[in-house]
Write a protein that binds this ligand. Sequence first.
Ligand code: SF4
Length: 320
Amino acid sequence: MSEILKVRNLKKYYPVSSGTLHAVDDVSFDLNYGETLGIVGESGCGKSTLGKTVLRLINPTSGEINFEGKDITVIDNREFTALRPQMQMIFQDPMSSLNPRMSVSQQIAEPLRIYKVFKNSADLEKRVLELMDTVGLARRYVETYPHELDGGRRQRIGVARALALNPKLIVCDEPVSALDVLIQAQILNLLQDLQKERGLSYMFITHNLSVVKHISNKICVMYLGQVIEQCETKELFNKTLHPYTQALLSAIPVPSLKNRRERIILKGELTSPINPKDNCRFAPRCLYAREECFSSCPKLQDIGGNHQVACHFVKEINKL
Ligand code: SF4
């Protein structure tokens, strides 16, 4: 079995006063052992909700989440609690995800205490110091508090907490977007080194395509709760097929004048995710939209080479 995670037709809907908000709508993907799947899209597209739903931090409305061949949406709480150490999360803003009243050692020790991993405090302290070494956090910070540290060091605490129980899968929810560029690179390198050493699998959620290009094996592009394009990272950047992904990529700054591409400016209104109609959700902003786009929702279809795109006219637009 090469997939650690197989998600099928996952939906997360919320009842709101004016109807039903479709935050995650019929999403399917696979993640292989030791690989990174990038989830990209604008803010509000449902990518963070998807990450939390995959870890069952919020319960799905329907669909399957198969972790190592077991559908975790149907197992009971006892079984899920036993599985939880293997699936962890690194959050976007370490300042709000850490407890301001707990020292570095207390924060890192917390998951180990909850799961009663060690019988005596000497072993627990030793493990905390080992984890600090692993994430490159100097031991002199062991009794400091989050507000005394910079963003990079705070995020290293988040990484150490996520690693404490030796997980196999980590959902990284915008783990570097609150950091400055130099620190971003340090944390990304740390995550890649840890992946190599421990064979970790990452679901890496971000709005930044440059980051996802650097770290991912495969990419899913999301638009208003749906996956509209997914394939290998190299393929996505060499052969971008969906009009929305083309617009996203055109916004990435290119240093060389020779390779500069024209920026595609999206106009038109965003479709509401509340009670969406059965149409292409990108249609009001799409340069190629036609009548059919406003009357039926395109399904993800394989264009070849495991490259999937949800667009009625993908072949015509890209002259395939
Ligand atoms: Fe554009 Fe139509 Fe394709 Fe949607 S289905 S992306 S509106 S061409």
